[in-house]
Design a binder for this molecule. Structure first.
Ligand SMILES: C[S@@+](CC[C@H](N)C(=O)[O-])C[C@H]1O[C@@H](n2cnc3c(N)ncnc32)[C@H](O)[C@@H]1O
Length: 318
């Protein structure tokens, strides 16, 4: 049986922990600590201890691709060369991209009710778009809420730090299994069914695709280089990877990018109430900007909305 590299160099390796047998590369606590530091600095992502095996398996591919023998060599190279392509691969390897069409479904009726009441055209930013299911769900909601012609003026900016998922998102092709939970009406209206080599696949229809623009954007960048404001920002299931100071910085950058009365949609386990005063909770992980049209912050109270009845839709009150 072939010895692993860690076994070949017992002097440099730490005691082999359970689950580490059979690894191709030595992977020390110092390596993992360095990876954590680098991904935190570059993408704001805080990797917890239990992500150690994940980091190993995903980055081992980069060592193989670069023909390297140790994580130390790889991390030295990453830091020394300042090679944008390798940094991109490093970041892509460490992101978690789980998503789904109409995930956390209660948000979409709220969006559907919100957008017709806004000055048109409306614009929505999906700031952790992953493989596209979320921005396409937003675009479909805009079409349902505004009608085909109304939605043609609307736009969805879909961004993510991970270039690999953005490429998949742009293609707009999914397994049928990923959409089988959608209503027959939505399936018919928004997807084309694959045939031949694409049997078992669906493609987002061009009229949905036309509303969405994809772009790489790192939420921890100081300046997002976005020059227009949004009626709504979706920032769901990404802040959980950031520590509180990073969350506060991101929310601070969202504030000037939000139109007065704009809504911020967060993930189910994300709570910004104690992170910022710029947004306040309206209910069910939906936040509202506290600054009014004059730029004055409204006092923190249950809701600043002028119409309470119109905030109830599909049994959801926000
Ligand atoms: C778990 S997915 C959530 C996808 C979608 N928002 C949802 O809720 O279904 C998290 C996404 O955040 C992205 N991400 C992580 N760090 C980021 C950063 N610093 N800037 C932008 N996107 C980031 C990841 O690449 C990943 O696609």
């Amino acid at each position: 049986m072939m010895a692993t590299r860690a076994q070949q160099r017992p002097d440099r390796a730490e005691p082999v922990r359970s689950g580490e047998q059979g690894r191709d590369f030595e992977f020390t606590s110092a390596d993992f600590a360095r990876i954590r530091d680098l991904i935190h600095r570059s993408a704001g992502i805080s990797l917890s201890d239990h992500k150690r095996d994940m980091a190993y398996s995903r980055l081992a591919r980069r060592l193989r691709a670069r023909g390297l023998d140790t994580f130390k060599q790889y991390l030295d190279l990453l830091e020394a060369e300042n090679d944008p392509a390798e940094w991109e691969a490093f970041t892509n390897a460490l992101t978690t991209n789980l998503t789904a069409f109409f995930r956390e479904a209660h948000h979409f009726p709220i969006l559907a009710e919100f957008v017709p009441r806004r000055p048109q055209p409306v614009s929505v930013w999906c700031s952790a778009a992953s493989t596209g299911e979320e921005p396409y769900s937003i675009a479909m909601t805009l079409i349902e809420a505004l009608g085909d012609s109304g939605a043609r003026q609307a736009s969805v900016l879909a961004t993510d730090i991970d270039t690999q998922v953005l490429a998949k998102a742009e293609a707009g092709m999914y397994q049928f299994d990923q959409v089988k939970h959608l209503s027959p009406e939505r399936l018919k209206r928004f997807f084309l069914k694959g045939t031949g080599a694409h049997a078992g696949m669906v493609k987002v229809r061009p009229e949905v695709r036309a509303l969405v623009r994809f772009q790489q954007l790192n939420l921890t960048d100081r300046d997002y280089q976005l020059r227009s404001q949004f009626d709504a920002i979706f920032c769901r299931n990404v802040m959980i990877y950031f520590d509180k100071p990073t969350q506060a910085q991101v929310l601070g950058r969202f504030e000037p990018l939000m139109k007065s009365g704009g809504l911020l949609f967060a993930g189910h386990s994300e709570n910004f109430t104690y992170v910022t005063q710029a947004f306040k909770l309206r209910g069910q992980t939906v936040y509202e900007l506290t600054r009014d049209a004059t730029g004055t912050r409204t006092p923190a109270r249950a809701s600043t909305s002028t119409s309470t009845s119109s905030h109830t839709t599909s049994g959801v009150t926000v």
